[in-house]
Design a protein around this ligand. Structure first.
Ligand SMILES: Cc1cc2nc3c(=O)[nH]c(=O)nc-3n(C[C@H](O)[C@H](O)[C@H](O)COP(=O)(O)O)c2cc1C
Length: 388
């Protein structure tokens, strides 16, 4: 059993145990990957204020996200094809999140279906919706999320059109894996993954196959998916989705203060400052750099969450201290899943929790809700001087 002390350890194991095309699918950004890289390097630019001789007993990371209790304000982000990183991946990640007391968000593009995850868990999870051209699909899937008792709808706004990730094209990313010689050679070393996949029936996009007229197999699915994201999505449509859903609504993919104000106007309960983990607009600001302007614009009127680039509890603390009420991890949990299934996701959460707790203590804080800018040393030019 390898000794795991960091998210990087899980990432190394993930790379060794998962077919290359799926590892690369997770560990890549769009085009030059500038935004993908800066999501993590910008966190490093912020330093922490060490305080001493402060009573650090009775610490707690417990908090709330959209009024729901969480053991720490770190949710699992929606990640498409999670069930390809490890057999039954969405169910395993949802179980780990449930036991840890943090929200799990199921992607529209998941392998395990909404119903499947609901049957295999005992507490409500969150559902992420991609706005599709097919309005019947939207209506039906929102109803399915309601029937499954999902406790929040996360609507992703930054993927009306797909950012290009070069590795996916070069690897010939496909479900199931195309039996080319390089893929077969790679698979020969991934026996754990193959054994897992051989035991499960869940190999296709469970929320879609069998739920849309004419989509019954993988080839009809790939045609549908390529044409389905709605390039005409607009704020009126977001309002309609809100009305259809009728429950807590989180808008994901906000990176600009003007869009944050729009999200407030349409009545969202929270926004996620996010650039999709650097997978969409290459050249956009990192999320942590975009956060201050958004906090200034709407921070006192709406709950602000953040994702993209979080790889440690120190990163979580920095985001919270800069005003975010909650955070999400994408790749950090996917690395855990690809490395060791449910135990790996639990490990990722444990690593981040421990780092958050100890960092909080060494900053002289005992309660996650008390974190603030006073805990940070932020370079004067951190936000940058940009001309629009
Ligand atoms: C492999 C992968 C697949 C993703 N799929 C989705 C998705 O289906 N829906 C969505 O809203 N975001 C998706 N995202 C974005 C994540 O929800 C999240 O914004 C991002 O992973 C955060 O960055 P991080 O990975 O650096 O933590 C995906 C991210 C990755 C890495």
């Amino acid at each position: 059993m390898p000794i795991i002390t960091t998210i990087q350890d899980l990432k190394d194991l993930h790379r060794r145990r998962t077919p290359r095309m799926f590892y690369d699918y997770a560990e890549s950004g769009s085009w030059t990957e500038q935004t993908f890289r800066e999501n993590t390097t910008d966190f490093e630019k912020i330093r922490l204020r060490q305080r001493v001789a402060v009573d650090m007993t009775g610490r707690s990371t417990a908090s709330q996200m959209i009024g729901q209790d969480v053991s720490m304000p770190v949710a699992l982000a929606p990640v498409g094809s999670t069930g390809m990183q490890h057999a039954d991946g969405e169910i395993l990640a949802a179980k780990a999140a449930e036991k840890f007391g943090v929200p799990f968000t199921l992607s529209t593009m998941s392998i395990c279906s909404i119903e499947d995850v609901a049957e295999n868990t005992t507490k409500p999870f969150w559902f992420q919706l991609y706005a599709m051209r097919d309005k019947t699909f939207i209506k039906n899937i929102i109803q399915r999320a309601k029937d499954a008792k999902c406790s929040a709808l996360v609507v992703t706004l930054d993927l009306q059109i797909l950012g290009q990730r070069h590795k996916d094209i070069k690897n010939g990313l496909s479900i199931p894996i195309r039996p080319t010689l390089p893929n077969l050679i790679d698979l020969a070393t991934k026996w754990r993954w193959i054994a897992g996949m051989a035991k499960t029936k869940r190999h296709a996009f469970g929320n879609i196959v069998g739920h849309i007229d004419g989509i019954s197999d993988l080839s009809s699915l790939s045609v549908w998916a390529a044409e389905s994201f709605d390039p005409q999505l607009n704020w009126e449509e977001v309002k309609e989705i809100k009305k259809m859903w009728g429950g807590p609504l989180i808008l994901k993919g906000i990176l600009d203060a003007e869009d944050a104000k729009m999200a407030l106007q349409v009545g969202a309960d929270a926004i996620i400052v996010s650039n999709h983990g650097g997978r969409q607009l290459d050249g956009a600001l990192s999320s942590i750099r975009a956060l201050p302007a958004i906090m200034d614009a709407v921070g006192d009127k709406i709950e602000v969450h953040l994702d993209s680039g979080i790889r440690s509890g120190q990163d979580v603390l920095k985001a919270l201290a800069m005003g975010a009420k909650g955070t999400y991890i994408g790749r950090a949990f996917v690395h855990g899943l690809g490395a060791m299934g449910e135990a790996g996701v639990t490990k990722a959460l444990e690593v981040i929790h421990k780092e958050l707790d100890v960092t909080m203590a060494l900053c002289g804080e005992t309660q996650v809700r008390d974190l603030g800018r006073h805990d940070l040393l932020i370079p004067e030019d951190f936000e940058g001087r940009w001309q629009a």
